[in-house]
Design a protein around this ligand. Structure first.
Ligand SMILES: NC(=O)c1ccc[n+]([C@@H]2O[C@H](COP(=O)([O-])OP(=O)(O)OC[C@H]3O[C@@H](n4cnc5c(N)ncnc54)[C@H](OP(=O)(O)O)[C@@H]3O)[C@@H](O)[C@H]2O)c1
Length: 279
C-alpha cells in the first residue's frame, strides 16, 4: 500500500534531509518531526505549526496531492520536508518509512495522528466498519510508534504524541469503534509514558474535542466549542513542549466528557443515548 516516497526541498534549494540535524532547537522546538495523517485537518495544521527554518518534517498520508500542498506551505515557512504516500495499516511499510526517516536524522517527535471515524448510521455499527476503524486508529498508532521506541530508548531522547480523543473518556453509543479505538490508544499511551520516562522518552496523549476538519465536516449535528484546526495545533504544540501527560481540550467539552466517564452507567447511558449520532 505504499506509494512513491519523494522529497521536497525548502526554498533554499538544499536537499531536505541535509538540513535536518536532529535534536531540539534552543527554544525547545523539535528539529525533526514525523507526522502521520499530515495531508489534512489536525495533522496538516500541526505540520504548518512546526514548520520553520531549522525544522525537518517527515509527513505521511495517502492523498499525495494534499500532502504535496501541505509540504509546499511548510517549505514556504522555511522548513524542509520529506513526504511519503503511506497507509498506516501497512505495518512493514510504516516501519520502513519511520526507520528511514530516523536514519536521515534522529526523530525528536513522532505524532501518531492518522485516524478515521464513523457512526452507526442509525443501526448497529457494522463489523467491517468496526475493524476498519480499529485498523487505522489502533494498529496505525502502534505501527508508527513501535519501530521508533527502541531507537529513542537507545539515545535516551525523543517524544511520541498519540492523538486520541475526548471520546476516549467514555464509550459513546453513536460511535462504538471510534470511542473504543481512542480509549485503547489513550490507555496505552498513559502506561507507555510511565514505562518509558526512566528511559528518557516522553509520551503524551492528546485528547481533542470537536475540531474543524474533513472528519467533522461530515457531521450534521451541532458541535459545541468547535475549534479551528490551527488553534488545536497550537494547543497541542505548546502541550507537547511542556511535556504534559494529557492534552485534553477545550476545557468545557473535556470536563463534560471526563464527567460522563466518571458517572455510573446507570446515569450516563440514558444521557448518552439522547446525544445526536454520527452518520
Ligand atoms: N476533528 C476532530 O473533531 C477530532 C477530535 C478528536 C480527535 N481527532 C483525531 O485527530 C486525528 C486527525 O483527524 P482530523 O480531524 O484531522 O481528520 P481528517 O481531516 O479526516 O484527517 C485524517 C488524516 O488521517 C489520514 N488517514 C486516514 N486513514 C489513513 C490511513 N489508512 N493511512 C494513512 N493516513 C490515513 C488522512 O490522510 P488521507 O486523507 O491522505 O488518507 C488524513 O490526513 C484523528 O486521529 C482523529 O480521530 C479528531
Amino acid at each position: 500500500m505504499v506509494g512513491g516516497i519523494f522529497r521536497q526541498a525548502a526554498a533554499s534549494g538544499k536537499v531536505a534531509a541535509d538540513s535536518a540535524s536532529g535534536g531540539f532547537m534552543p527554544d525547545n522546538q523539535p528539529a525533526h518531526v514525523l507526522i502521520t495523517g499530515a495531508s489534512s485537518g489536525i495533522g496538516a495544521a500541526l505540520a504548518l505549526c512546526y514548520a520553520r527554518p531549522g525544522t525537518h518534517l517527515s509527513l505521511g498520508g495517502r492523498n499525495q496531492e494534499r500532502l504535496a500542498d501541505i509540504a509546499a506551505q511548510a517549505a514556504a515557512r522555511g522548513a524542509t520536508t520529506s513526504v511519503a504516500s503511506i497507509d498506516v495499516r501497512d505495518r512493514d511499510a510504516v516501519a520502513d518509512w519511520a526507520i528511514a526517516a530516523d536514519d536521515r536524522a534522529p526523530l525528536d517527535l513522532v505524532i501518531a495522528n492518522a485516524g478515521i471515524s464513523g457512526g452507526t448510521h442509525g443501526g448497529p455499527e457494522t463489523a467491517d466498519q468496526t475493524r476498519a476503524i480499529f485498523a487505522v486508529n489502533l494498529d496505525g498508532v502502534l505501527n508508527v510508534a513501535l519501530p521508533v521506541i527502541p531507537r529513542m530508548i537507545a539515545r535516551r531522547r525523543g517524544q511520541i504524541a498519540i492523538i486520541s480523543s475526548l471520546a476516549a473518556y467514555r464509550g459513546f453509543p453513536g460511535a462504538p469503534a471510534y470511542s473504543g479505538s481512542k480509549a485503547a490508544v489513550k490507555v496505552w499511551g498513559e502506561a507507555l509514558r510511565a514505562d518509558l520516562a526512566p528511559q528518557g522518552v516522553k509520551v503524551n496523549v492528546v485528547m481533542p474535542g470537536f475540531i474543524k476538519s474533513r472528519m467533522t465536516d461530515a457531521n450534521d449535528f451541532p458541535m459545541p466549542f468547535l475549534m479551528p484546526a490551527e488553534k488545536a495545533a497550537e494547543i497541542i504544540r505548546s502541550g507537547l513542549a511542556a511535556n504534559r501527560a494529557r492534552i485534553a481540550f477545550p476545557f468545557p467539552t473535556a470536563f463534560l466528557a471526563w464527567a460522563m466517564g466518571a458517572l455510573s452507567p446507570v446515569i450516563a447511558d440514558p444521557i448518552l443515548r439522547m446525544l445526536p449520532k454520527k452518520d
